[in-house]
Design a protein around this ligand. Structure first.
Ligand code: HEM
Length: 488
């Protein structure tokens, strides 16, 4: 059993305002070493290596986080006893039903809906403080709805954790309102009510995007097709859970699906104002946390109000995050055992707990008693990485030093496997099988999903190859910062 898992940290961020070092850290499990070890800049992965077409434009990283919040909610602190190791009680029922958007619906959660038209979602407005582009008009409808303290009024507060996931949540609110408008205008035959029909259309299009745009990229065509056509072999909730309902496997929520932490970039080409080619400054993680209600650690209420609601010049340009208009400007980082420097310094974490996301992931898996990667791969009958593969590079050497190549933490292994088997472009054998089975199972186990109700259904709101880019195009306003209507 590992006592503590730690990682090495790179140099502290450069001191220049708004411009952090873009170096990432080497994730290393450590037993009795000082927590800080320097890592030089020789390993850099901000852009995809030459010749590699990035499979994931960076918007998928935050769509991935948004999806995580749709299907999981773990309310236990790291220090608490694990009273519910199978996570039946503490995790929200795993459904891709957008309850993070809709809450419990307009009757039980009226604060999420427009008072005079409850078939539409509430949208928030930007503030008057566009310092980067003072010509931006204020009060534009491009922020999350917020209460008097600036905190978002949304179905899951975690979607205000950083600015890009918050703008992803906003895009889904705007998508719903566009669909509701179409239903109201009679472009879709009303079967139940404007709200119910719009919600179902939105849920099914979203489920399609998750399965065929996101999961397909993440696990590859072969694995997804195999699970869809030949069935699930391991996530057999029909027999495994008490009531035959989908549950949230810890191997997924505590390890495999946390792969997204490795995709997060330190710096983004965010919009016309915040980028590193002539803009004020690129959007780095410090700023992306600062301009979000949940993660901002600004104690001064006046300064806080300058950032939240967001200024108009901090509205995202989606063309830079998805392939709406040719290749997106930002690729996600490749999957490997490296995470962004800043993710070792999360804001607003209790002093008694680690603020490093990597440490939290590894501690969480220890506390939950997660099996080792070797046990999981053995159970699944899937090929293991060789010792040479597992111990390659400096992180692998650290693993060796810790005597973990035969008992490897599953989260670390999933990332190493993706790197070694797929060049970081998608998940490897164990990770892909876990992720594909759980997503397909969640949809098959939800009696209201398109896969249960009408498996032959195809998207109706856009092109035949409907994906996240098409969803955003349908919602409209891909780049409000350059829209002349928003500039005075
Ligand atoms: C800047 C981006 C992100 C930040 C700051 C972040 C932060 C966190 C934090 C603090 C936790 C709880 C850790 C614990 O105490 O166990 C967590 C959990 C998790 N994260 Fe992330 N995360 C980010 C992006 C992502 C992405 C892109 C994915 C997947 C595509 C993801 C998937 C998960 C999953 C599955 C969990 C466990 C379930 C949950 O608590 O939500 N995260 N993340």
């Amino acid at each position: 059993m590992v006592s503590v898992a730690e990682m090495a940290m790179s140099n502290p961020p450069a001191a220049r305002y708004g411009r952090e070092s873009s170096d990432e850290c080497l994730l290393i499990c450590r037993r009795c070493e000082p927590p800080i070890r320097r890592w030089n800049n020789s390993v850099r992965r901000c852009a995809a290596p030459p010749g590699i077409t990035p499979i994931f434009p960076a918007g998928f990283t935050y769509l991935g986080q948004f999806i995580d919040h749709d299907i999981t909610l773990d309310t236990t602190g790291l220090g608490e006893q694990i009273a519910d190791p199978t996570a039946v009680l503490n995790f929200r029922s795993p459904k891709l039903d957008l309850d993070s958007i809709y809450g419990r619906g307009p009757v039980a959660d009226p604060q999420l809906y427009q008072r005079l038209n409850a078939s539409r979602m509430q949208i928030g407005r930007t503030n008057t403080q566009s310092i980067g582009k003072p010509s931006m008009k204020p009060n534009l409808p491009f922020d999350l709805p917020r209460g008097p303290q600036g905190l978002a009024i949304i179905g899951d507060p975690r979607n205000d954790e950083n600015l890009i996931v918050a703008q992803t949540h906003l895009a889904m609110l705007r998508f719903h309102n566009k669909v509701a408008q179409q239903v109201e205008q009679g472009n879709v035959v009303i079967v139940r009510s404007v709200f119910e029909d719009a919600r179902e259309l939105v849920q099914w299009h979203y489920q399609w995007v998750v399965l065929h745009d996101f999961v397909r990229r993440l696990v590859g065509d072969a694995v997804l097709s195999d699970v869809l056509e030949n069935g699930r072999k391991f996530y057999r909730f029909e027999e495994q859970s008490e009531f035959g309902e989908p549950y949230m496997p810890l191997e997924f929520s505590v390890a495999a699906y946390r792969m997204g932490h490795s995709m997060v970039r330190e710096i983004y080409d965010y919009n016309d104002v915040f980028n590193d080619h002539g803009g004020v400054t690129p959007a780095n993680l410090v700023l992306l946390f600062r301009f979000s209600g949940l993660s901002s650690n600004e104690p001064d209420p006046v300064k806080f109000a300058r950032d939240i609601p967001i200024p108009s010049d901090w509205i995202i340009d989606w063309n830079r995050f998805f392939d709406t208009n040719g290749p997106a400007a930002n690729p996600s980082l490749l999957l490997d055992p490296l995470i962004a420097n800043r993710l070792h310094q999360l804001n607003n974490i209790p002093a008694s707990e680690s603020a490093s996301l990597a440490v939290r992931n590894l501690q969480r898996s220890l506390k939950m008693g997660l099996p080792s990667a070797q046990d999981v791969a053995g159970f699944m009958g899937l090929p293991l990485l060789s010792e040479a593969q597992l111990t390659s590079d400096a992180d692998g050497q650290k693993l060796k030093e810790l005597q973990l190549p035969l008992k490897t933490p599953l989260w670390y292994y999933i990332l190493k496997e993706a790197q070694q088997q797929q060049g970081g472009k998608r998940l490897g054998a164990v990770g892909a099988r876990i992720v594909a089975e759980v997503f397909v199972g969640m949809l098959q186990g939800d009696p209201n999903s398109f896969l249960s109700r009408n498996p032959g259904w195809r998207p109706t709101l856009g092109a035949a190859n409907f994906g996240m880019a098409e969803l955003l195009k349908f919602a409209g306003d891909l780049d409000p910062v350059r829209d002349p209507n928003n500039i005075s």
